[in-house]
Design a protein around this ligand. Structure first.
Ligand code: NAD
Ligand code: ZN
Ligand code: ZN
Length: 369
């Protein structure tokens, strides 16, 4: 079939919205009609050429939500009409990692996905007979996409899809960092560095876990205001003195749990040093630049601080995303403040501009208007 999609033709150039070919789903694959898709930093990172593993041409987009249109052979977990959220982090439920509660890093299709292919090593996207590679196994800057069944979370049909798409990446990452990776205990003190989509999600996750105190640190007053709305009890403007400020707020000890959601390795170090001696756990969510390293003074570890990292918030997507969506529908998570702009597919590059200006938290592309 012919679809309209935003193609990354060349690194550093705007995406080109055009008509390309999408083939039918094969065994284990699903054709999804996209209703909405968030514009995320990872899309921009790849489009800019900064990602060393990036390739072009490809159809970007990985924060998709839509409706199942058709399924290939052997597909059993979703059916036409189901509402789904795309998962760049799949869940096969069979590999050694899927069967272990300690990780969400499914091993089933990693290699092919990283290279831009569906699990059978081919692509469904093409133009004039030339294959075009998929992106993150999702390619959701498009009217339709074909994805592996194991990379789709079936969500409650009551959930508006132009909000549900945020659970495909940043929001679940932040919520999950607090709820799954750190497993924040009720009554504890938490510090979240960064108040973008991921950091605000972590603030909300700490609140859902019953944290007593949640300090959010960002450079933008506007974003700190949003953090208050998600449950931050204290907010601080970040900088070189952030660790001292946290220590002042916590009786000199630091926090039970800290979270880093900036991608800046100097802030990651602050997150480690703001964690409490004895048991403080610092969880890193940010993606650092190529070659950058995190500096930790070993004494901080000897005296009981721990460092963890979290990919997609440790969320096993097919099981966990529907649960998070249900908590939103139950009124536990306030998603509306995250959506600052609604765009058409043709305006996708505007989504990148807004992101570069830090205007709002998320732009969401809607395909039905
Ligand atoms: N681990 C994962 O699975 C995963 C998933 C999505 C995104 N990420 C990464 O998480 C990070 C955050 O993503 P986002 O979408 O929220 O980004 P964002 O750019 O919207 O938010 C980052 C925030 O950090 C703040 N910040 C910058 N420097 C700071 C400082 N010195 N002190 C305090 N705050 C500071 C910025 O003001 C901004 O609000 C990025 O590195 C992104 O690549 C990771
Ligand atoms: Zn993302
Ligand atoms: Zn798996």
């Amino acid at each position: 079939m012919q679809i309209r999609a935003a193609v990354l033709e060349e690194f550093g150039s705007p995406l080109v919205v055009q008509t390309i070919e999408l083939a039918e789903p094969r065994a284990g694959e699903v054709l999804v009609r996209l209703v909405a898709c968030g514009v995320c930093h990872t899309d921009l990172y790849t489009a800019s050429g900064a990602d060393p593993s990036g390739y072009a041409p490809t159809v970007l987009g990985h924060e998709g939500a839509g409706v199942v249109e058709r399924v290939g052979e052997e597909v059993t977990s979703v059916a036409p009409g189901d509402h789904v959220v795309s998962l760049f982090s799949p869940q096969c439920r069979e590999c050694v990692h899927c069967r272990d509660p300690r990780t969400n890093l499914c091993l089933a299709i990693r290699e092919q996905q990283n290279q831009g292919y569906l699990p059978d090593g081919t692509t469904r996207l093409s133009r004039d007979g030339e294959p075009i590679r998929h992106f993150m196994g999702t390619s959701t800057f498009a009217e339709y996409t074909v994805m592996p069944e194991i990379a789709l979370a079936k969500v409650n049909e009551e959930a508006p899809l132009d909000r549900a798409c945020l659970f495909a990446c940043g929001l679940s990452t932040g919520l999950g960092a607090a709820m799954n990776t750190a497993k924040v205990e009720a009554g504890s003190t938490c510090v979240v560095f960064g108040a973008g989509m991921v950091g605000l999600g972590a603030v909300a996750g700490c609140r859902l876990q019953g944290a007593e105190r949640i300090v959010c640190i960002d450079l933008s007053e506007e974003r700190l205001e949003l953090a208050r709305g998600q449950g931050a009890t204290d907010v601080l403007v970040g900088g070189g003195d952030a660790v001292e400020r946290v220590l002042e707020l916590t009786g000199g000890f630091g926090a039970d749990y800290t979270f880093e959601a900036t991608g800046n390795v100097a802030v990651m170090r602050q997150a480690v040093e703001s964690a409490r001696m004895g048991w403080g756990l610092a969880t890193m969510c940010g993606v650092a630049g190529k070659g950058e390293t995190l500096d930790v003074i070993p004494r901080y570890l000897i005296t009981g601080r721990r460092v963890a990292g979290s990919s997609f918030g440790g969320v096993k997507g097919r099981d966990g995303v529907p649960q998070l969506v249900d908590r939103w529908l139950a009124g536990d998570i306030d998603v509306d403040p995250f959506v600052s702009h609604t765009l058409t597919l043709d305006e996708v590059n505007r989504g990148f501009e807004l992101m570069e200006q830090q205007a709002g938290i998320r732009s969401v592309i809607r395909f039905d208007d």
